[in-house]
Design a protein around this ligand. Structure first.
Ligand code: IYR
Length: 239
C-alpha cells in the first residue's frame, strides 16, 4: 500500500486509501453574510409552518414523489457512512388495512393501560386515541427500519455505528422533504412495533423505527394549538 509501512499506526484503516473529490459548492463564490442570514431565515420560516398532521386526504400521490422524498432522506449523514436504513413504502390498500389493524390492536392495549397516567395526561393536548384511520386513508405509509447491523447477500454480517442517531437524522430529512413538497406526515410509533417487520417480511437485522404516513392534508384538517419553546429556552450560547 503506497505510503504505508510497518510503523504506520493506521491499523485496519490502512487497508483503504481515502479518496477525496471537490466539495461542489466550494467551487462557487462564497455566500455573502447577508445572503447567509436571508437563506437561514427563509428556511427556518418554511420549517416553522410544518406540523404533524393526523387528518389525511385519500387523494393519490405519485410514487415518483415518494421516491424523491426517500432519496432526500437517504442523503442524510450516517455513522461511518453505513446508511443503516431501509424505507419500506406501502401503497397496497390490503396491506395498509392489515398494518392499521395490527397497530390499533397494540394502541388499544397501550391507551387502555400500558401507558402511565402521566403519559396519558401529557398526550391529552394532542387529542390522540388508539384509533388510527390515517393508516388506511393516507395514500402511502413509509415504514422506516433501522439496520442494527449489515446483513450481506452471503449471510455474513458487518457493524453499523450510531444507528439511532443516523436513522433519526434521516427521518428528520424525510419529514422536511415531505413538508417542502407541500404534503404532510407524522411520526407514528405504534408500540411495540414488531408486527411491522413481520407483516413486511423484513430481514432479521432490521427493526421498525418509525411509521410515516404521507399524503395531502384532509380539507379543513386541524392540528392541536401548540406553542414552540422560544430560542432562549432551547439554547445556550458561549460566544
Ligand atoms: N404511539 C401512540 C401514543 C403517542 C405517544 C407519543 I410520546 C406521542 O407524541 C403521540 C402519541 C400514538 O401514536 O397514538
Amino acid at each position: 500500500m503506497p505510503g504505508r509501512d510497518a510503523a504506520d499506526p493506521g491499523g485496519a484503516q490502512g487497508d483503504v486509501t481515502p479518496r477525496f473529490v471537490p466539495y461542489a459548492p466550494a467551487a462557487g463564490p462564497r455566500v455573502a453574510d447577508a445572503e447567509v442570514l436571508a437563506r437561514a431565515q427563509a428556511f427556518r420560516r418554511q420549517l416553522e409552518t410544518r406540523r404533524s398532521v393526523r387528518h389525511f386526504s385519500d387523494a393519490p400521490v405519485a410514487r415518483a414523489v415518494i421516491e424523491e422524498l426517500v432519496r432526500a432522506a437517504a442523503s442524510a449523514p450516517s455513522g461511518a457512512h453505513k446508511q443503516p436504513w431501509t424505507f419500506v413504502v406501502v401503497g397496497d390498500p390490503a396491506l395498509k388495512r392489515r398494518i392499521r389493524a395490527a397497530a390499533e390492536h397494540e394502541e388499544r392495549l397501550s391507551y387502555g393501560g400500558r401507558m402511565s397516567e402521566e403519559w396519558l395526561r401529557d398526550l391529552a393536548p394532542l387529542g390522540t386515541t388508539w384509533e388510527k384511520p390515517f393508516l388506511e386513508v393516507a395514500p402511502w405509509l413509509v415504514v422506516l427500519f433501522k439496520q442494527e447491523h449489515a446483513l450481506h447477500p452471503d449471510g455474513s454480517t458487518g457493524k453499523h455505528y450510531y444507528v439511532n442517531e443516523s436513522v433519526g437524522i434521516a427521518a428528520g430529512f424525510f419529514i422536511a422533504a415531505v413538508h417542502a413538497a407541500g404534503l404532510v406526515t407524522l411520526t407514528h410509533t405504534p408500540s411495540p412495533m414488531g408486527f411491522l417487520a413481520e407483516l413486511l417480511g423484513r430481514p432479521r437485522n432490521e427493526k421498525a423505527f418509525l411509521l410515516l404516513p404521507v399524503g395531502h392534508p384532509a380539507p379543513g384538517a386541524e392540528v392541536p394549538d401548540l406553542r414552540r419553546k422560544p430560542l432562549a429556552e432551547v439554547s445556550a450560547v458561549h460566544e
